[in-house]
Design a protein around this ligand. Structure first.
Ligand SMILES: NC(=O)C1=CN([C@@H]2O[C@H](COP(=O)(O)OP(=O)(O)OC[C@H]3O[C@@H](n4cnc5c(N)ncnc54)[C@H](OP(=O)(O)O)[C@@H]3O)[C@@H](O)[C@H]2O)C=CC1
Length: 419
Protein backbone atom coordinates (compact mmCIF):
# COMPACT_ATOMS: atom_id res chain seq x y z
CA UNK A 1 0.00 0.00 0.00
CA UNK A 2 1.22 3.56 -0.64
CA UNK A 3 1.98 6.33 1.79
CA UNK A 4 -0.94 7.69 3.77
CA UNK A 5 0.84 10.60 5.45
CA UNK A 6 -1.49 13.62 5.76
CA UNK A 7 -1.21 16.10 2.94
CA UNK A 8 0.71 19.28 3.69
CA UNK A 9 -0.80 22.74 3.12
CA UNK A 10 1.62 23.21 0.20
CA UNK A 11 0.49 19.97 -1.39
CA UNK A 12 -3.17 20.96 -1.04
CA UNK A 13 -2.39 24.29 -2.74
CA UNK A 14 -0.53 22.46 -5.53
CA UNK A 15 -3.48 20.15 -6.14
CA UNK A 16 -5.86 23.14 -6.34
CA UNK A 17 -3.47 24.80 -8.78
CA UNK A 18 -3.71 21.78 -11.11
CA UNK A 19 -7.50 22.09 -11.56
CA UNK A 20 -7.14 23.99 -14.88
CA UNK A 21 -4.67 21.32 -16.06
CA UNK A 22 -7.31 18.66 -15.39
CA UNK A 23 -9.89 20.63 -17.34
CA UNK A 24 -7.53 20.69 -20.31
CA UNK A 25 -5.86 17.27 -20.08
CA UNK A 26 -8.04 15.21 -17.71
CA UNK A 27 -9.65 13.06 -20.43
CA UNK A 28 -6.29 12.40 -22.11
CA UNK A 29 -4.70 11.41 -18.80
CA UNK A 30 -7.47 8.98 -17.91
CA UNK A 31 -7.58 7.52 -21.45
CA UNK A 32 -3.80 6.86 -21.29
CA UNK A 33 -4.22 5.52 -17.74
CA UNK A 34 -6.84 2.90 -18.73
CA UNK A 35 -4.94 1.93 -21.88
CA UNK A 36 -1.62 1.36 -20.07
CA UNK A 37 -3.13 -0.30 -17.02
CA UNK A 38 -5.29 -2.73 -19.01
CA UNK A 39 -2.36 -3.57 -21.33
CA UNK A 40 -0.16 -4.42 -18.33
CA UNK A 41 -2.97 -6.09 -16.34
CA UNK A 42 -5.37 -7.72 -18.80
CA UNK A 43 -6.94 -9.60 -15.88
CA UNK A 44 -8.51 -6.25 -14.84
CA UNK A 45 -10.62 -6.26 -18.01
CA UNK A 46 -13.14 -8.28 -16.03
CA UNK A 47 -13.47 -5.45 -13.49
CA UNK A 48 -13.80 -2.48 -15.86
CA UNK A 49 -16.81 -2.14 -18.14
CA UNK A 50 -15.43 -2.73 -21.64
CA UNK A 51 -18.40 -1.03 -23.33
CA UNK A 52 -17.72 2.11 -21.27
CA UNK A 53 -14.06 1.97 -22.34
CA UNK A 54 -15.03 1.81 -26.01
CA UNK A 55 -17.59 4.62 -25.81
CA UNK A 56 -15.23 6.76 -23.69
CA UNK A 57 -17.64 6.99 -20.76
CA UNK A 58 -15.23 5.51 -18.21
CA UNK A 59 -12.23 7.80 -18.94
CA UNK A 60 -14.62 10.80 -18.94
CA UNK A 61 -16.17 9.74 -15.62
CA UNK A 62 -12.75 9.26 -14.00
CA UNK A 63 -11.54 12.61 -15.35
CA UNK A 64 -14.66 14.18 -13.84
CA UNK A 65 -13.95 12.46 -10.51
CA UNK A 66 -10.33 13.73 -10.49
CA UNK A 67 -11.53 17.23 -11.33
CA UNK A 68 -14.13 17.13 -8.54
CA UNK A 69 -11.54 15.78 -6.11
CA UNK A 70 -8.93 18.43 -6.94
CA UNK A 71 -11.55 21.20 -6.75
CA UNK A 72 -12.68 20.06 -3.27
CA UNK A 73 -9.36 18.88 -1.88
CA UNK A 74 -9.74 21.37 1.00
CA UNK A 75 -13.36 20.38 1.74
CA UNK A 76 -13.77 16.64 1.30
CA UNK A 77 -17.25 16.69 2.87
CA UNK A 78 -18.51 18.01 -0.49
CA UNK A 79 -17.50 14.65 -1.99
CA UNK A 80 -19.04 12.34 0.57
CA UNK A 81 -22.12 11.42 -1.52
CA UNK A 82 -19.93 10.64 -4.55
CA UNK A 83 -17.51 8.60 -2.43
CA UNK A 84 -20.40 6.61 -0.91
CA UNK A 85 -21.77 5.85 -4.36
CA UNK A 86 -18.37 4.72 -5.71
CA UNK A 87 -17.56 2.62 -2.63
CA UNK A 88 -20.87 0.79 -2.94
CA UNK A 89 -20.13 0.06 -6.58
CA UNK A 90 -16.59 -1.07 -5.71
CA UNK A 91 -17.94 -3.38 -3.00
CA UNK A 92 -20.34 -4.92 -5.51
CA UNK A 93 -17.31 -5.66 -7.72
CA UNK A 94 -15.25 -7.02 -4.81
CA UNK A 95 -12.50 -4.44 -5.24
CA UNK A 96 -9.66 -5.18 -2.79
CA UNK A 97 -7.22 -2.81 -1.03
CA UNK A 98 -4.33 -4.09 -3.20
CA UNK A 99 -6.19 -3.02 -6.37
CA UNK A 100 -5.56 0.59 -5.29
CA UNK A 101 -1.78 0.04 -5.67
CA UNK A 102 -2.15 -0.75 -9.36
CA UNK A 103 -4.54 2.13 -10.06
CA UNK A 104 -2.30 4.63 -8.19
CA UNK A 105 0.82 3.56 -10.08
CA UNK A 106 -0.75 3.81 -13.55
CA UNK A 107 -2.58 7.04 -12.77
CA UNK A 108 0.60 8.86 -11.72
CA UNK A 109 2.49 7.39 -14.68
CA UNK A 110 -0.25 8.57 -17.06
CA UNK A 111 0.00 12.09 -15.59
CA UNK A 112 3.74 12.00 -16.28
CA UNK A 113 3.27 10.68 -19.82
CA UNK A 114 0.70 13.35 -20.74
CA UNK A 115 2.07 16.35 -18.84
CA UNK A 116 5.79 15.70 -19.33
CA UNK A 117 8.03 18.20 -17.52
CA UNK A 118 4.97 20.15 -16.31
CA UNK A 119 4.51 17.36 -13.76
CA UNK A 120 7.27 18.59 -11.47
CA UNK A 121 8.47 16.30 -8.65
CA UNK A 122 6.50 18.46 -6.17
CA UNK A 123 3.24 18.13 -8.15
CA UNK A 124 3.90 14.41 -8.63
CA UNK A 125 4.33 13.93 -4.87
CA UNK A 126 1.28 16.09 -4.10
CA UNK A 127 -0.87 13.92 -6.40
CA UNK A 128 0.63 10.78 -4.85
CA UNK A 129 -0.36 12.03 -1.39
CA UNK A 130 -3.80 13.11 -2.65
CA UNK A 131 -4.39 9.74 -4.30
CA UNK A 132 -3.56 7.82 -1.13
CA UNK A 133 -5.60 10.16 1.05
CA UNK A 134 -8.71 9.33 -1.01
CA UNK A 135 -7.79 5.66 -1.48
CA UNK A 136 -7.47 5.30 2.28
CA UNK A 137 -10.94 6.74 2.85
CA UNK A 138 -12.40 4.41 0.21
CA UNK A 139 -10.58 1.30 1.43
CA UNK A 140 -11.93 2.03 4.92
CA UNK A 141 -15.52 2.46 3.74
CA UNK A 142 -15.33 -0.64 1.53
CA UNK A 143 -14.04 -2.66 4.50
CA UNK A 144 -17.14 -1.58 6.47
CA UNK A 145 -19.43 -2.57 3.60
CA UNK A 146 -17.79 -6.02 3.37
CA UNK A 147 -18.16 -6.43 7.13
CA UNK A 148 -21.88 -5.67 6.87
CA UNK A 149 -22.45 -8.38 4.27
CA UNK A 150 -22.54 -11.26 6.74
CA UNK A 151 -19.68 -13.29 5.27
CA UNK A 152 -20.78 -12.94 1.63
CA UNK A 153 -17.54 -11.30 0.53
CA UNK A 154 -16.91 -12.77 -2.92
CA UNK A 155 -18.79 -13.70 -6.10
CA UNK A 156 -21.44 -16.35 -5.43
CA UNK A 157 -22.89 -18.79 -7.99
CA UNK A 158 -26.55 -18.28 -8.80
CA UNK A 159 -28.88 -20.17 -11.13
CA UNK A 160 -31.45 -18.55 -13.39
CA UNK A 161 -34.65 -20.15 -12.09
CA UNK A 162 -36.98 -18.16 -14.34
CA UNK A 163 -36.75 -15.78 -17.29
CA UNK A 164 -39.86 -13.66 -18.00
CA UNK A 165 -40.35 -11.15 -20.82
CA UNK A 166 -41.78 -7.94 -19.34
CA UNK A 167 -41.89 -5.74 -22.48
CA UNK A 168 -40.53 -5.54 -26.05
CA UNK A 169 -37.08 -4.78 -24.59
CA UNK A 170 -37.05 -5.70 -20.87
CA UNK A 171 -36.81 -9.25 -19.49
CA UNK A 172 -36.75 -10.33 -15.84
CA UNK A 173 -34.31 -12.90 -14.50
CA UNK A 174 -35.09 -14.73 -11.27
CA UNK A 175 -31.78 -15.67 -9.65
CA UNK A 176 -31.47 -18.26 -6.86
CA UNK A 177 -28.22 -19.16 -5.04
CA UNK A 178 -26.78 -22.53 -6.07
CA UNK A 179 -25.96 -23.27 -2.41
CA UNK A 180 -29.70 -23.01 -1.60
CA UNK A 181 -29.09 -20.87 1.50
CA UNK A 182 -31.58 -18.07 2.31
CA UNK A 183 -30.68 -14.72 0.80
CA UNK A 184 -30.09 -11.64 2.94
CA UNK A 185 -32.69 -8.89 2.69
CA UNK A 186 -31.72 -5.70 0.87
CA UNK A 187 -33.02 -2.15 0.96
CA UNK A 188 -35.49 -1.67 -1.90
CA UNK A 189 -33.71 0.45 -4.54
CA UNK A 190 -30.35 -1.36 -4.19
CA UNK A 191 -28.60 -3.32 -6.95
CA UNK A 192 -26.50 -6.43 -7.37
CA UNK A 193 -23.55 -6.96 -9.71
CA UNK A 194 -23.94 -9.83 -12.12
CA UNK A 195 -20.81 -11.38 -13.65
CA UNK A 196 -20.70 -13.74 -16.61
CA UNK A 197 -18.39 -14.79 -19.45
CA UNK A 198 -18.73 -12.78 -22.66
CA UNK A 199 -17.74 -14.97 -25.65
CA UNK A 200 -17.24 -11.93 -27.91
CA UNK A 201 -14.58 -10.54 -25.52
CA UNK A 202 -13.19 -13.87 -24.26
CA UNK A 203 -13.34 -12.69 -20.65
CA UNK A 204 -15.98 -12.10 -17.99
CA UNK A 205 -17.68 -8.79 -17.36
CA UNK A 206 -19.83 -7.52 -14.51
CA UNK A 207 -22.72 -5.07 -14.54
CA UNK A 208 -24.90 -3.58 -11.84
CA UNK A 209 -28.63 -4.24 -12.08
CA UNK A 210 -31.22 -2.85 -9.68
CA UNK A 211 -33.25 -5.45 -7.86
CA UNK A 212 -36.77 -5.11 -9.22
CA UNK A 213 -38.87 -6.92 -6.62
CA UNK A 214 -39.28 -6.73 -2.86
CA UNK A 215 -36.73 -8.70 -0.79
CA UNK A 216 -37.39 -12.46 -0.76
CA UNK A 217 -35.21 -15.12 0.82
CA UNK A 218 -35.41 -17.59 -2.12
CA UNK A 219 -34.40 -15.44 -5.10
CA UNK A 220 -33.41 -12.00 -6.35
CA UNK A 221 -35.09 -10.56 -9.42
CA UNK A 222 -33.43 -8.21 -11.93
CA UNK A 223 -35.15 -6.80 -15.03
CA UNK A 224 -32.78 -5.99 -17.85
CA UNK A 225 -33.16 -3.91 -20.99
CA UNK A 226 -31.46 -5.31 -24.09
CA UNK A 227 -28.95 -2.58 -24.90
CA UNK A 228 -27.28 -1.73 -28.16
CA UNK A 229 -24.58 0.90 -28.24
CA UNK A 230 -24.60 3.42 -31.04
CA UNK A 231 -21.36 4.81 -32.43
CA UNK A 232 -21.61 8.55 -31.74
CA UNK A 233 -19.47 9.32 -34.80
CA UNK A 234 -21.91 7.40 -36.98
CA UNK A 235 -25.27 7.07 -35.20
CA UNK A 236 -26.60 4.82 -37.97
CA UNK A 237 -24.02 2.16 -37.12
CA UNK A 238 -24.66 0.03 -34.05
CA UNK A 239 -21.09 -0.96 -33.28
CA UNK A 240 -20.80 -2.21 -29.75
CA UNK A 241 -23.52 -4.22 -28.07
CA UNK A 242 -24.20 -3.85 -24.34
CA UNK A 243 -22.31 -7.04 -23.62
CA UNK A 244 -23.97 -8.43 -20.52
CA UNK A 245 -27.53 -7.44 -21.39
CA UNK A 246 -27.16 -9.19 -24.76
CA UNK A 247 -25.67 -12.33 -23.23
CA UNK A 248 -28.51 -12.36 -20.68
CA UNK A 249 -31.22 -11.84 -23.30
CA UNK A 250 -29.86 -14.04 -26.09
CA UNK A 251 -27.65 -16.72 -24.53
CA UNK A 252 -28.49 -17.39 -20.90
CA UNK A 253 -31.64 -19.30 -20.03
CA UNK A 254 -33.42 -20.99 -17.15
CA UNK A 255 -30.98 -23.46 -15.55
CA UNK A 256 -27.82 -21.52 -16.49
CA UNK A 257 -25.51 -20.14 -13.81
CA UNK A 258 -23.80 -16.80 -13.35
CA UNK A 259 -22.10 -14.99 -10.49
CA UNK A 260 -23.79 -12.48 -8.25
CA UNK A 261 -22.61 -10.00 -5.59
CA UNK A 262 -24.23 -9.10 -2.30
CA UNK A 263 -26.73 -6.21 -2.78
CA UNK A 264 -25.28 -2.72 -2.43
CA UNK A 265 -26.19 0.86 -3.30
CA UNK A 266 -27.06 4.09 -1.53
CA UNK A 267 -30.30 4.84 -3.40
CA UNK A 268 -33.02 3.16 -1.40
CA UNK A 269 -36.06 3.45 0.77
CA UNK A 270 -34.71 2.68 4.22
CA UNK A 271 -36.38 0.17 6.50
CA UNK A 272 -37.45 2.96 8.86
CA UNK A 273 -39.27 4.66 5.98
CA UNK A 274 -41.37 1.62 5.07
CA UNK A 275 -43.61 1.86 8.10
CA UNK A 276 -44.36 5.58 8.16
CA UNK A 277 -47.47 7.11 6.66
CA UNK A 278 -46.11 9.82 4.34
CA UNK A 279 -47.03 9.74 0.67
CA UNK A 280 -44.37 8.45 -1.73
CA UNK A 281 -44.07 9.45 -5.39
CA UNK A 282 -41.98 7.18 -7.63
CA UNK A 283 -40.95 8.88 -10.88
CA UNK A 284 -39.07 6.94 -13.57
CA UNK A 285 -38.36 6.71 -17.28
CA UNK A 286 -37.51 3.62 -19.33
CA UNK A 287 -35.77 0.82 -17.47
CA UNK A 288 -35.23 3.28 -14.59
CA UNK A 289 -38.50 1.87 -13.23
CA UNK A 290 -36.71 -1.22 -11.84
CA UNK A 291 -35.54 0.08 -8.42
CA UNK A 292 -38.82 1.98 -8.06
CA UNK A 293 -40.81 -1.20 -8.70
CA UNK A 294 -38.83 -2.82 -5.88
CA UNK A 295 -39.80 0.11 -3.63
CA UNK A 296 -43.43 -0.08 -4.80
CA UNK A 297 -43.66 -3.83 -4.20
CA UNK A 298 -42.12 -3.43 -0.74
CA UNK A 299 -44.43 -0.57 0.22
CA UNK A 300 -47.59 -2.25 -0.99
CA UNK A 301 -46.74 -5.39 0.94
CA UNK A 302 -45.59 -3.67 4.16
CA UNK A 303 -47.01 -0.30 4.80
CA UNK A 304 -50.22 0.87 6.47
CA UNK A 305 -53.18 0.75 4.11
CA UNK A 306 -53.72 4.52 4.31
CA UNK A 307 -50.33 5.34 2.76
CA UNK A 308 -50.70 7.18 -0.54
CA UNK A 309 -48.46 6.20 -3.47
CA UNK A 310 -48.12 7.55 -6.99
CA UNK A 311 -46.13 5.73 -9.70
CA UNK A 312 -45.22 8.01 -12.63
CA UNK A 313 -43.49 6.46 -15.64
CA UNK A 314 -42.36 7.51 -19.10
CA UNK A 315 -41.74 5.07 -21.95
CA UNK A 316 -40.95 5.58 -25.62
CA UNK A 317 -43.97 3.50 -26.64
CA UNK A 318 -46.36 1.44 -24.58
CA UNK A 319 -44.83 -1.86 -25.77
CA UNK A 320 -41.51 -0.80 -24.23
CA UNK A 321 -43.08 -0.32 -20.79
CA UNK A 322 -42.47 -3.14 -18.29
CA UNK A 323 -44.83 -4.00 -15.42
CA UNK A 324 -47.90 -2.08 -16.68
CA UNK A 325 -50.18 -5.06 -15.97
CA UNK A 326 -48.53 -5.63 -12.61
CA UNK A 327 -49.11 -2.00 -11.63
CA UNK A 328 -52.71 -2.13 -12.89
CA UNK A 329 -53.39 -5.22 -10.76
CA UNK A 330 -51.69 -3.63 -7.70
CA UNK A 331 -53.98 -0.60 -8.16
CA UNK A 332 -57.02 -2.87 -7.89
CA UNK A 333 -55.77 -4.36 -4.63
CA UNK A 334 -54.45 -1.11 -3.29
CA UNK A 335 -56.83 1.87 -3.76
CA UNK A 336 -54.27 4.38 -2.48
CA UNK A 337 -51.95 3.63 -5.40
CA UNK A 338 -52.24 5.94 -8.38
CA UNK A 339 -50.28 5.65 -11.63
CA UNK A 340 -49.63 8.07 -14.49
CA UNK A 341 -48.06 6.78 -17.71
CA UNK A 342 -46.45 9.00 -20.33
CA UNK A 343 -45.59 7.71 -23.81
CA UNK A 344 -43.15 9.87 -25.75
CA UNK A 345 -43.67 8.27 -29.18
CA UNK A 346 -46.96 6.36 -29.14
CA UNK A 347 -47.17 3.67 -31.82
CA UNK A 348 -50.18 3.38 -34.13
CA UNK A 349 -51.70 0.73 -31.82
CA UNK A 350 -51.23 2.75 -28.61
CA UNK A 351 -54.48 4.30 -27.35
CA UNK A 352 -54.47 7.39 -25.15
CA UNK A 353 -56.55 6.75 -22.00
CA UNK A 354 -56.03 2.98 -22.36
CA UNK A 355 -52.32 2.33 -22.88
CA UNK A 356 -51.12 5.65 -21.49
CA UNK A 357 -52.44 8.86 -19.94
CA UNK A 358 -50.38 11.53 -21.71
CA UNK A 359 -48.42 11.65 -24.96
CA UNK A 360 -44.91 13.11 -24.66
CA UNK A 361 -42.11 12.82 -22.14
CA UNK A 362 -42.84 12.85 -18.40
CA UNK A 363 -44.17 16.28 -17.52
CA UNK A 364 -45.13 16.71 -13.88
CA UNK A 365 -47.11 19.84 -14.75
CA UNK A 366 -49.66 17.55 -16.41
CA UNK A 367 -50.36 15.88 -13.06
CA UNK A 368 -52.64 17.53 -10.55
CA UNK A 369 -50.57 19.04 -7.70
CA UNK A 370 -52.61 17.20 -5.08
CA UNK A 371 -51.82 13.86 -6.78
CA UNK A 372 -48.13 14.70 -6.40
CA UNK A 373 -48.72 15.63 -2.72
CA UNK A 374 -46.92 18.93 -3.23
CA UNK A 375 -48.70 20.41 -0.21
CA UNK A 376 -47.56 17.60 2.09
CA UNK A 377 -44.30 18.68 3.72
CA UNK A 378 -43.39 15.05 4.40
CA UNK A 379 -44.04 13.52 0.98
CA UNK A 380 -41.00 11.72 -0.46
CA UNK A 381 -39.89 11.54 -4.08
CA UNK A 382 -37.73 8.87 -5.73
CA UNK A 383 -36.46 9.48 -9.27
CA UNK A 384 -34.66 7.09 -11.62
CA UNK A 385 -33.97 7.23 -15.35
CA UNK A 386 -31.70 9.07 -17.80
CA UNK A 387 -29.53 11.62 -15.99
CA UNK A 388 -31.05 14.69 -17.64
CA UNK A 389 -34.53 13.34 -16.91
CA UNK A 390 -33.64 13.05 -13.21
CA UNK A 391 -32.16 16.53 -12.91
CA UNK A 392 -35.17 18.00 -14.77
CA UNK A 393 -37.63 16.23 -12.45
CA UNK A 394 -35.61 17.35 -9.44
CA UNK A 395 -35.63 21.00 -10.51
CA UNK A 396 -39.34 20.89 -11.16
CA UNK A 397 -40.01 19.48 -7.67
CA UNK A 398 -37.67 21.97 -6.03
CA UNK A 399 -39.41 24.76 -7.94
CA UNK A 400 -42.66 23.55 -6.37
CA UNK A 401 -41.18 23.87 -2.89
CA UNK A 402 -40.05 20.28 -2.26
CA UNK A 403 -36.97 20.30 -0.02
CA UNK A 404 -33.79 18.56 -1.25
CA UNK A 405 -33.81 16.04 1.61
CA UNK A 406 -37.14 14.64 0.38
CA UNK A 407 -35.87 13.93 -3.16
CA UNK A 408 -33.72 10.87 -3.82
CA UNK A 409 -32.20 9.94 -7.12
CA UNK A 410 -29.48 7.67 -8.41
CA UNK A 411 -26.86 9.82 -10.12
CA UNK A 412 -23.97 7.70 -11.34
CA UNK A 413 -20.83 9.57 -12.40
CA UNK A 414 -19.84 13.17 -11.98
CA UNK A 415 -20.76 14.48 -15.41
CA UNK A 416 -17.09 14.65 -16.47
CA UNK A 417 -14.91 17.75 -16.51
CA UNK A 418 -16.50 21.09 -17.47
CA UNK A 419 -16.33 22.04 -21.15
N1 LIG B 1 -30.46 2.01 -10.58
C1 LIG B 1 -30.28 2.87 -11.55
O1 LIG B 1 -29.65 3.86 -11.36
C2 LIG B 1 -30.87 2.62 -12.84
C3 LIG B 1 -30.73 3.57 -13.80
N2 LIG B 1 -31.25 3.38 -15.00
C4 LIG B 1 -31.06 4.42 -16.00
O2 LIG B 1 -32.32 4.72 -16.55
C5 LIG B 1 -32.13 5.13 -17.87
C6 LIG B 1 -33.25 4.50 -18.67
O3 LIG B 1 -32.91 4.43 -19.98
P1 LIG B 1 -33.74 3.76 -21.12
O4 LIG B 1 -34.68 2.73 -20.62
O5 LIG B 1 -32.76 3.33 -22.11
O6 LIG B 1 -34.57 4.99 -21.63
P2 LIG B 1 -35.30 5.18 -23.01
O7 LIG B 1 -34.34 5.67 -24.00
O8 LIG B 1 -36.10 3.95 -23.33
O9 LIG B 1 -36.26 6.37 -22.65
C7 LIG B 1 -37.33 6.19 -21.76
C8 LIG B 1 -38.18 7.41 -21.76
O10 LIG B 1 -37.46 8.48 -21.16
C9 LIG B 1 -37.55 9.61 -22.00
N3 LIG B 1 -36.41 10.49 -21.82
C10 LIG B 1 -35.15 10.31 -22.23
N4 LIG B 1 -34.40 11.36 -21.87
C11 LIG B 1 -35.22 12.22 -21.23
C12 LIG B 1 -35.03 13.49 -20.65
N5 LIG B 1 -33.84 14.08 -20.63
N6 LIG B 1 -36.09 14.09 -20.09
C13 LIG B 1 -37.30 13.50 -20.10
N7 LIG B 1 -37.54 12.30 -20.64
C14 LIG B 1 -36.49 11.67 -21.21
C15 LIG B 1 -37.63 9.04 -23.38
O11 LIG B 1 -38.18 10.01 -24.26
P3 LIG B 1 -37.75 10.07 -25.83
O12 LIG B 1 -38.44 8.88 -26.47
O13 LIG B 1 -38.29 11.37 -26.28
O14 LIG B 1 -36.26 9.97 -25.87
C16 LIG B 1 -38.58 7.88 -23.15
O15 LIG B 1 -39.91 8.28 -23.12
C17 LIG B 1 -30.71 4.78 -18.27
O16 LIG B 1 -30.00 5.99 -18.32
C18 LIG B 1 -30.23 3.93 -17.14
O17 LIG B 1 -28.86 4.14 -16.87
C19 LIG B 1 -31.95 2.26 -15.30
C20 LIG B 1 -32.11 1.27 -14.38
C21 LIG B 1 -31.61 1.38 -13.06
Amino acid sequence: MGSIAPMTADQIALIKATVPVLVEHGNTITTVFYRNMLEAHPELNTVFNTSNQVNGHQPRALAGALYAYASHIDDLSALSAAVELICNKHASLYIKPEDYNIVGKYLLEAMGEVLGAALTPEIHDAWGAAYWQLADIMIGREKQLYEQSEGWTDWRDFKIVDKVKESDEITSFYLAPVDGKPLPAFQPGQYISVQTYVPALKYSQARQYSLSDKPRSEYYRISVKKETFVNSADPAAVTQPGHISNVLHDTLNKGDTLQVSHPYGDFFLSATETDTAHPVVLISAGVGLTPLTSILNTLTSNCPSNRKLHFVHGARKSGARAFSEHIASLMKEYPNLNATFFTSHPSAEDKEGVDYHHAGRVNLQKIDKKDLFLDDAKAQYFICGPEKFMTDMESHLKGQGVSTDRIKMELFGTGGVPH
